[in-house]
Design a protein around this ligand. Structure first.
Ligand code: 13P
Length: 246
């Protein structure tokens, strides 16, 4: 059985001081071993949040990384830097990074490989725009993103990767995909994973993200191919407890 994973994506919210306060408030509410719980926080918050999370079951996650080891890349953060401060998961290819920071399937692929090289776990995001959904090309688009993002990975590496399906029209809009819509795409993702990696696809975790909240989490997370959630806005509030303990 695949263990559920519920990750908060804090995006560009919380100064280090605020991050510590939020982590102190949440940790007692969401510390569980029933599911994997992850706080993906801004780079500057990683060290102080990591300190507060010590001794809990909650893991530390980053929201991005660069794919080179070190050098003249002003403003970037390397995989070893993340690893050294205790990061276990790294979100890659979030639609906001694709939209505002020129992330492509090719850079996503390089980052996925680097993260695995450093023994961290990539959470690789994919998702369609409203236009793509209305044009009926959602599945086709997602299949391409998954194939390109995971290009040249072995099955044993792929097994560690987590895919997050986040329909762009559902992010921060309060418009959640219905559980059937989300399941349909997550199932299509597992199908393409099966085509590439065979039986390993059954072991890989696929999360749903996009306006997940305390009310809709249970229905989404109990669908056959949905192994948890990537949560934006609701991960910054006590409500996150309802999602984790769905
Ligand atoms: P919301 O939960 O705020 O819709 O954000 C989803 C998301 O982008 C998580 O990565």
């Amino acid at each position: 059985m695949r263990k559920k994973i519920i990750a908060g994506n804090w995006k560009m919210n919380k100064t280090p001081k605020e991050a510590v306060e939020l982590t102190r408030m949440l940790k007692g509410l969401v510390d569980t071993d029933k599911s994997d719980v992850v706080f993906c926080v801004p780079a500057i918050d990683l060290i102080p949040v990591g300190e507060v999370l010590k001794g809990t079951n909650i893991s530390l996650g980053a929201e991005n990384v660069y794919y080179e080891e070190s050098g003249a890349y002003t403003g970037e953060i390397s995989p070893s830097m993340l690893k050294e401060v205790g990061v276990k998961y790294v979100i890659i290819g979030h639609s906001e990074r694709r939209q505002y920071f020129a992330e492509t399937d090719e850079t996503v692929n390089k980052k996925v490989k680097k993260i695995l090289e450093h023994d961290m776990i990539p959470i690789m995001c994919c998702g369609e725009t409203l236009e793509q959904r209305e044009a009926g090309i959602t599945i086709e688009h997602i299949r391409i993103q998954v194939k390109k993002g995971l290009r040249d990975l072995s099955a044993s590496d792929a097994e560690k990767v987590i895919i997050a399906y986040e329909p762009i029209w559902a992010i921060g809009t309060g418009k959640t995909a219905t559980s059937n819509q989300a399941q349909e795409v997550c199932h299509a993702i597992r199908t393409v994973l099966g085509e590439i990696f065979g039986d390993t696809a059954e072991k890989m975790r696929i999360m749903y993200g996009g306006s997940v909240n305390g009310k809709n989490a249970a229905e989404l997370f109990t669908m056959a191919d949905i192994d948890g959630g990537l949560v934006g806005g609701a991960s910054l509030k006590a409500d996150f407890e309802k999602i984790v303990n769905y």
